[in-house]
Design a protein around this ligand. Structure first.
Ligand code: PMV
Length: 309
């Protein structure tokens, strides 16, 4: 009998990169893009065997360089089964594009650990799962803020500050985002390191930039709670301009941002680590079909609409 579990993708609405330096950020799950894991009994004595279906690869939980194998080992440690692993085969699939700022790494780890824990008869509380997925992220991405694992595990919009408990966050009025993919994959580690290099050259300057981003995220939180959706557009535009100065945008992202604004979106910005990946546009007040057509015309390889509620 198969056991399945899943986790959604995520988008960062405000505050990426500055969040690594302790400033607040806002992010939301993308329910329409998910990672799923299915667990079935495996061969006797085989331990946990992982099938990464989209990549066409498979390996045991002992594989050294695979982040899903690391996730399985961390789970075994958490349930005190490292020396007595169960014989299970777990197949992971995802509709979240890889290395595109939508949190695919955190989502596949979360789905895998959740499904395996259930199959082993010891389902994990979300707090424990969140801490385990963060551990995988840290070992694989260097210095992540923890925002990805938090959103994909709790499946709620979050106002996030590194190392703080995620704050409860009510959405005064739901709103819709268009998410458009440049099709360019980009490494979070590389962009985070590039921003760190800038910061180390001129900490006072970049500290002020991060503070401006923090003020934008604070203002956005107040507007979202109060249901003042129209106020979010200009804040997205301001946040994008600051990310451009941090060298994390790129011509493909800028083209999508411009196209979204020209097609009537009240605001647009890159989302995630940048230099590729996805951009988001506020779609309330814009004609969705026209917006999608304009984004595809400007080079988007995929456009999804997601409701934040
Ligand atoms: O591109 P993503 O989804 O990995 O998002 C990275 C967000 C950053 O703020 C750039 C890094 C982080 O760890 O928060």
């Amino acid at each position: 009998m198969a056991v399945t579990a899943s986790a959604p993708g995520k988008v960062i609405l405000f505050g990426e990169h500055a969040v690594v330096y302790g400033r607040p950020a806002i992010a939301a799950p993308v329910h329409g893009r998910r990672a799923t894991a299915e667990v079935v009994p495996g061969e006797q004595g085989a331990g946990i065997y992982i099938v990464a279906a989209d990549k066409g690869s498979s390996y045991p939980h002992t594989a050294a360089d695979e982040s899903l194998a690391l996730a399985a080992r961390l789970l075994l440690d958490a349930v005190h089964r490292r020396d007595t692993p169960p014989d299970l085969t777990v197949t992971v699939r995802s509709t979240i594009p890889i290395a595109s700022g939508l949190g695919s790494g955190a989502a596949v780890s979360a789905a895998l650990m959740r499904a395996l824990a259930q199959a082993m008869g010891c389902p994990l509380p979300d707090d424990t799962l969140n801490a385990l997925v963060y551990e995988v992220e840290k070992r694989h991405h260097g210095t992540p803020s923890g925002i990805d694992n938090t959103v994909v595990v709790y499946e709620q919009p979050v106002y996030f500050v590194k190392e703080a408990q995620p704050a409860p966050f009510t959405i005064g009025a739901p709103f819709t985002l268009a998410i458009a993919d440049t099709g360019i994959s980009s490494s979070t580690r590389t962009t985070v390191n590039a921003v760190r290099a800038l910061y180390e050259c001129a900490p006072a300057h970049w500290g002020r930039v991060f503070n401006k981003i923090a003020s934008i995220a604070e203002a956005a939180r107040a507007h979202i709670i109060a249901g003042r959706v129209g106020e979010l557009g200009p804040l997205m535009n301001e946040n994008h301009a600051l990310l451009q100065t941090m060298t994390v945008s790129c011509p493909a992202l800028d083209a999508l941002v411009e196209a979204a604004r020209a097609a009537g979106a009240p605001g647009a910005k890159l989302s995630g680590s940048g230099r590729g990946g996805n951009m988001i546009a506020l779609a309330d007040g814009a004609d969705h079909a026209k917006l999608e057509a304009a984004l595809r015309e400007a080079g988007a390889v995929d456009v999804v609409f997601t409701r934040v509620e």
